[in-house]
Write a protein that binds this ligand. Sequence first.
Ligand code: HEM
Length: 332
Amino acid sequence: MNIIYVLYFSNRYFGEGREDGAPGTEEIEHVGALFTILKYLFAFSVSDYLPCLRALDVDGHKRMLKNATSIVNKYHDPIIEQRIKQWNESTEAEIEDLLDVMISLKDANNKPLLTMHEIKAQITELMLATVDNPSNTVEWALAEMIKQPQILDKGTEELDKVVGKDRLVEESDIPKLNYIKACLREAFRLHPIAPFNVPHVAMRDTVVSNYFIPKGSHVILCREKLGRSPKVWEEPLKFKPERHLMDDGSDVFLTETDLRFITFTAGKRGCPRVVLGTTLSVMLLARLIQGFTWIAPPHRPVELVQSETDPFMAHPLVVVAKPRLPIEVYLD
Ligand code: HEM
């Protein structure tokens, strides 16, 4: 999330930040509220099907979403309002982050394209879109790789070969990190962040793969069933990155256009930020693997157990990291 804060607000923290780089109370509260919103926004709610019940908020989702949204706004609003004021008062404001981009966009009459209200909504939408996938996928990928150390070794070897030990992995290395990307693809296949795709409604009668879908239907796909289908995948429950490597050594992509599992999906409503999502995920996993050796702590083996209520790990991954690069590389 620190990367996202920098991308949108040019700051790694909302509060002062801590010397050890760990999140402070502000960041913990903010990210917690984003996850609450994600949990309830698309959750099954009886009032979606019986609108007469909406006012009663029988399952309490509306109240929870309102509380979480007000926490998110508490952190975003002062920054956005202050920045708009700066742009209005100065003729020399420069674009340094995505918030500046949104404020400086102009319509055909050279008037601001987005209102303050729209900018606030966009920032929240983008925060929601970025917070969950990379962190969940990398946590599962690392856990799976620690569980099968030969896979972790192969990932480390690839990084040593492509990048070496004298510098940290960079975005420009990504095209050559096929094994690391295959590990991430495998984590996306086995451990999608949400049990179902974002619900969409068919705008007209249509046929997809021999299924007739009448106009107005809600189309909901089970992501886990797709990714673990024995009709599509050999040994579907096994974490096996090799299955994504091409015989001719060509580039591995995190997108899955054939929808044999769902990562970014496809089409008009597919994820519009595939490059950023891929870059965030690959850089996170690659830097963790290049920078450290990872082992399970004594008496606490890594458990690949999914939570009973959602596809997250039942218990956050706890592992011991030991630096493996010369000290000056970390300080650069
Ligand atoms: C690994 C990272 C990511 C994954 C796996 C991912 C996946 C997805 C998926 C599955 C959808 C739903 C598509 C559909 O309903 O058909 C989606 C939608 C979306 N994503 Fe991503 N995403 C990622 C990162 C990002 C990032 C970094 C951003 C923006 C900064 C972003 C912005 C969006 C937006 C705005 C939508 C809604 C599009 C719409 O409804 O038209 N995503 N993403």
